[in-house]
Design a protein around this ligand. Structure first.
Ligand code: ZN
Length: 310
């Protein structure tokens, strides 16, 4: 069996998955305060407890904010700054006396949905998190593509494609640039746009609810959100031509996305509009995809498949 750990800023979740994807055990704890070492110890103890419940020694995969830099072996780009500069996978591997795999949390989401989720069995899958931030992961043949700098899929920090005059330069992003896709498509971005248009302050889900109830300003903004997402995903389709794009995160519950975005993206895709078959799918495992994908970082089936090409 395989253990997945989802390391978040406020909670750490652990799961034990059987080969068929069913859950043998699950536990959630608060992320301990204090130094980095406290996080390591909490994860080690969580793994030991889960393993006792599973009744066998398991593989361990961890989903983390940020990514492990291939250049240094240390975590970078994490919003949880306690992790930055540490070799989380190696440190946990020493404590647990086995190799530990770690991957960015958006990559784990994409692995989960491509393995036994909404895009199960499809070859090329782009998994997008639309939430407090905008992240994404690319999976091919069941395995995450991490890339030379471990930034593959970080499309949230590309500029919004085909920006109109009133979309330039766009808001300042924490990465230091203006007008990143994240500054347009995150939940806080949608709320900020609504306040700028109407003077009314409400969170993204309330804006969507208002649109559903016939609020004209909210409905117009949600339609513009769909158009911006269509432009942003059209550029992904032109680049990697995935079989499916799966949405996750707090905004993935917006029903209009699955209807409107595929209707809108045809004009941005370099293919015959009548024959575009890319599927835009809601997640199957929802909030559980992060922890499930971490467990699936160890997967006999995709390991065997990849050995032929390595
Ligand atoms: Zn950015």
């Amino acid at each position: 069996m395989r253990i997945g750990i989802d390391l978040g800023g406020t909670k750490i979740e652990g799961i034990v998955l059987r080969d068929d994807g069913t859950e043998a055990a699950r536990e959630r704890i608060a992320t301990p305060p204090g130094p980095y070492d406290a996080i390591l110890v909490a994860i080690r103890d969580l793994v030991i407890r889960l393993e006792q419940r599973a009744g066998e020694r398991c593989t361990v995969g961890v989903g983390t904010p940020g990514a492990i830099s291939p250049a240094t072996g240390l975590i970078k780009n994490a919003n949880s700054t306690r992790l930055i500069g540490h070799a989380l996978d190696k440190d946990l591997g020493r404590l647990l006396e086995r190799p530990v795999r770690a991957a960015n949390d958006a990559n784990c989401f994409a692995v989960s949905e491509a393995t036994d989720g909404a895009a199960a069995g499809l070859d090329v899958v782009f998994g997008v998190i639309l939430g407090t931030g905008v992240g994404a992961g690319l999976v091919m043949g069941g395995r995450p593509v991490t890339g030379l700098h471990a930034i593959a899929g970080e499309w949230g920090h590309n500029p919004l494609p085909m920006a109109d005059d009133d979309e330039r330069p766009g808001a300042l992003c924490y990465c230091g640039r203006h007008g990143c896709i994240e500054t347009w498509l995150s939940g806080p971005a949608l709320a900020r746009q609504f306040e700028a248009l109407t003077g009314r302050r409400m969170d993204a889900n309330a804006v969507v609810a208002a649109a559903d109830e016939g609020d004209a300003a909210a409905a117009a903004l949600v339609e513009r959100y769909c158009l911006r997402l269509a432009r942003s995903l059209g550029s992904v389709i032109n680049l990697v031509d995935p079989d499916a794009i799966v949405l996750g995160g707090g905004l993935s519950g917006i029903a209009a996305l699955y209807r409107r975005v595929p209707a809108l993206w045809a004009s941005f895709i370099f293919s015959e509009p009548a024959h575009i078959r890319t599927r835009l799918l809601p997640p199957k495992h929802g909030d559980s995809s992060g922890v499930r994908g971490a467990a699936w970082l160890w997967n006999q089936k995709t390991e065997n498949g990849s050995q032929k090409t390595e």
